[in-house]
Design a protein around this ligand. Structure first.
Ligand SMILES: NC(=O)c1ccc[n+]([C@@H]2O[C@H](COP(=O)([O-])OP(=O)(O)OC[C@H]3O[C@@H](n4cnc5c(N)ncnc54)[C@H](O)[C@@H]3O)[C@@H](O)[C@H]2O)c1
Length: 219
C-alpha cells in the first residue's frame, strides 16, 4: 500500500528519510535490533513519536524486542520508493548540475537513485562525461526521456529557462522535479516538485542566530 493510499501526513513522510539514514548507519555497524528508546536517544526524538510514526505503516516493532533494524530499513526504503530503480536526468550541466552528478551518496545503486544523463545547450559541455555520465544535447532530451521512461528530472539550469523546460519535460513523461532553480514552477497536480533552495535554508539559520542573540541581549 502506498503512503498516498494510507493518507500519511507529510510531516511523517518528511521524517522517514532521517529514520532511513539512522537505520542505515546502525546496519553498517552490524546492529541488528534496537528499542524505540535507544533509537529515540540517538535521533533525539521521543520514543512515542517514533512509535507513532512507525505505527502508520503497521508498526514494525515487537513488545520487548524493539525493532529489527534490517526489516525496518527495508520497509522504510520501500515506503520511500527506494526499492525501485529511480533513474533521473539532470538538466543544466553547469556548476551545480555537475556537482550533483559527482555526488556519490545518492548516485548510488544501493539507495535506488541513478543519474543516467545530463543535458545542456552549451556545445562545450555536450559530449563530456561527469562521473561517467554523459552530457547530451538538450535537443535529444525528449527522445531520451521517452526511450528510457525517465520519471525524475533535476533542474539546475538558469531560473528564466526552468518554467518552459519543466512544462516540456512534463509533456514527455517526467513526474517529479528536484528543482534547484530559484523559481516556483506551476505544473499539473499530478506532478511532484521538491524545491531545494540552499539560500532559504541559510536564511533560517541567520534568523535563528540573530533571534537568539537578540533574546540574550534582552536578558
Ligand atoms: N537551489 C539552490 O540552492 C541553488 C544553489 C546554486 C545554484 N542554484 C541555481 O541552479 C541553477 C544553476 O546554477 P549553476 O551555478 O550551476 O549555473 P551555471 O551557469 O554553472 O550552469 C547552468 C547551466 O545551464 C545550462 N543551460 C542554460 N540554458 C539551458 C537550457 N535551456 N537547457 C539546458 N541547459 C541550459 C548552461 O549552459 C549551464 O551549463 C541556477 O538557476 C542557480 O540559480 C540553486
Amino acid at each position: 500500500m502506498s503512503s498516498m493510499d494510507k493518507n500519511i501526513s507529510p510531516a511523517v513522510i518528511k521524517r522517514l528519510p532521517r529514520y532511513y539514514r539512522y537505520l542505515g548507519a546502525l546496519k553498517a555497524k552490524n546492529i541488528t535490533r534496537i528499542s524505540s528508546k535507544e533509537l529515540s536517544e540517538r535521533m533525539k526524538v521521543t520514543a512515542s513519536q517514533i512509535r507513532q510514526d512507525l505505527n502508520n505503516f503497521g508498526g514494525f516493532g515487537q513488545q520487548g524486542y524493539g525493532y529489527n533494524v534490517e526489516n525496518l530499513y527495508v520497509e522504510i526504503g520501500k515506503i520511500l520508493g527506494l526499492d525501485k530503480s529511480n533513474q533521473m536526468i539532470i538538466v543544466g550541466a553547469g556548476n551545480l548540475g555537475q556537482a550533483l552528478a559527482n555526488y556519490q551518496d545518492f548516485n548510488n545503486n544501493s539507495i535506488g537513485f541513478q543519474v543516467i544523463a545530463l543535458f545542456d545547450v552549451n556545445p562545450k559541455l555536450i559530449g563530456i562525461t561527469v562521473h561517467g555520465v554523459e552530457v547530451h544535447d538538450i535537443d535529444d532530451m525528449e527522445e531520451f526521456i521517452k526511450n528510457h521512461e525517465i520519471k525524475i528530472a533535476a533542474l539546475t539550469l538558469p531560473q528564466d529557462q526552468a518554467p518552459k523546460i519543466a512544462k516540456d519535460l512534463v509533456s514527455w513523461g517526467i513526474k517529479g522535479f528536484w528543482n534547484f532553480a530559484p523559481v516556483d514552477l506551476t505544473l499539473p497536480d499530478s506532478v511532484t516538485v521538491e524545491n531545494v533552495h540552499l539560500a532559504e535554508s541559510l536564511m533560517t539559520l541567520t534568523y535563528n542566530i540573530h533571534s537568539r542573540e537578540d533574546g540574550e541581549g534582552a536578558e
